[in-house]
Design a protein around this ligand. Structure first.
Ligand SMILES: [Zn+2]
Length: 312
C-alpha cells in the first residue's frame, strides 16, 4: 500500500480538547503547551475558537493566544471561526489559517449554531469577500464539513449533501475543504469512499485534511484509510483531551501521541520527536490535574529498543 511519505499533524487539543472540558486553562499554560509541542516538532496547532465567551468561556482568550502564538517562528497558527465576526477577530489577531465548520446535518447546525445551511454559507461568502479586500498577508480559509459521516441527531447523512455543501464552500471562496467525523461514526470503507467522491467534486488538491474522533475505537484505522486516499494532514489531540471520563479515550479526538507512534514506527515522516512529545503530555497533565489524559503509547511506553521505522 502506498502511503504519503510525510504527514502534517495538526494539533487541535488547545481548541477541540479544551473546549470539551470544564477546567479553564490559563493563557500562560496554553502558550506553554503550544510552545513545547512546537519544540517537539508539531508545526500546525489549532490554538482557539473565536466563539462568544458566554458560549465557551474556555476559549475567551483566543485573541491573545493567537497573537502570542504567532510569535513562534515556523508555527502555523490555526483558529476556528463560527461566523464573520469571529473571522474578523481571528484575522486581526493574525491567524495563519481560519477554519469555519459547516455541519452537514442541518438539525445539528440549528441546534449548535442556531443557523441553517444557507445562513452559514452567507457567513462564508462574507468572510471570503472580506479576505479578498485585504491587501498583503492574510490567512488561508478552510471550510470544514462537520458531522460528515453521521449525526447524533439525524443519524446517517447523505453523501450527496456532503458533496453539494463542499462544492458550494469552494464556489463561495474557501481555499480548501476539510472533512470531519465529529461524532466518531465513520468506518474505513466509508472514509475512503467519501474522500474519493469529494476529491472528484472539489478537486484533488483541495481536500487534504481530516478530523477524526475515536468514539468507537476506529480513529487510527480511519487515519490509514484517509492516507490511502492521499490525505496528508491529520488532526489529533494531545492526551486525547476532551474524551469522556466514563469511557477512557472514547469520545475525544484521536490521540496525538498514538498517531505519532503509528506513523513514526511505519517510517513515515512527521517531524515529531516522540520522546519530547510524551514529555509535553506530562507537562500538560500537570496544568489540568483534575482532567483525564489518555493514550495507549503514553500508558505502555515505547517498545524496547524503539527507533523510527522500527521493525519494517
Ligand atoms: Zn472534533
Amino acid at each position: 500500500m502506498n502511503y504519503p511519505e510525510k504527514i502534517i499533524i495538526s494539533e487541535v487539543g488547545p481548541r477541540d480538547g479544551l473546549q470539551s472540558i470544564d477546567t479553564i486553562m490559563s493563557t500562560e499554560h496554553k502558550l506553554e503547551w503550544i510552545r513545547s509541542e512546537f519544540e517537539a516538532g508539531i508545526t500546525e496547532i489549532e490554538v482557539g475558537s473565536f466563539v462568544p465567551k458566554s458560549i465557551l468561556p474556555q476559549m475567551a482568550d483566543a485573541y491573545e493566544v493567537v497573537r502570542k502564538a504567532k510569535k513562534i517562528d515556523g508555527l502555523t497558527v490555526v483558529a476556528l471561526v463560527p461566523n464573520f465576526i469571529g473571522a474578523k477577530n481571528a484575522i486581526e489577531a493574525g491567524a495563519d489559517k481560519i477554519c469555519l465548520p459547516l455541519s452537514v446535518s442541518e438539525t445539528h447546525s440549528k441546534a449548535n449554531l442556531n443557523k441553517t445551511h444557507d445562513q452559514v454559507l452567507d457567513e462564508i461568502r462574507n468572510i471570503a469577500l472580506y479576505l479578498s479586500e485585504i491587501e498583503g498577508e492574510k490567512p488561508d480559509f478552510e471550510g470544514n464539513l462537520s458531522t460528515a459521516f453521521g449525526c447524533t441527531l439525524e443519524g446517517a447523512v447523505s453523501e450527496s449533501i456532503v458533496l453539494r455543501l463542499g462544492s458550494r464552500m469552494m464556489e463561495l471562496g474557501c481555499q480548501e475543504i476539510g472533512l470531519s467525523d465529529t461524532t466518531g461514526y465513520a468506518n474505513p470503507m466509508q472514509i475512503k469512499k467519501m474522500i474519493r467522491s469529494l476529491k472528484k467534486e472539489v478537486g484533488n488538491e483541495n481536500l487534504n485534511s481530516v478530523h477524526l474522533h475515536n468514539t468507537r475505537g476506529l480513529g487510527l484505522a480511519n487515519v490509514l484509510a484517509a492516507m490511502e486516499e492521499g490525505i496528508t494532514t491529520i488532526d489529533s489531540s494531545l492526551g486525547g483531551i476532551g474524551g469522556c471520563p466514563f469511557a477512557p479515550g472514547a469520545s475525544g479526538n484521536i490521540v496525538t501521541e498514538d498517531l505519532v507512534f503509528m506513523l513514526d514506527s511505519m517510517g513515515i515522516e512527521t517531524g515529531v520527536d516522540i520522546n519530547a512529545l510524551l514529555a509535553v503530555t506530562e507537562k500538560v497533565q500537570s496544568f489540568i490535574p483534575n482532567e483525564s489524559v489518555y493514550g495507549f503509547t503514553k500508558d505502555s511506553g515505547l517498545p524496547k529498543g524503539y527507533s523510527k521505522g522500527w521493525g519494517i
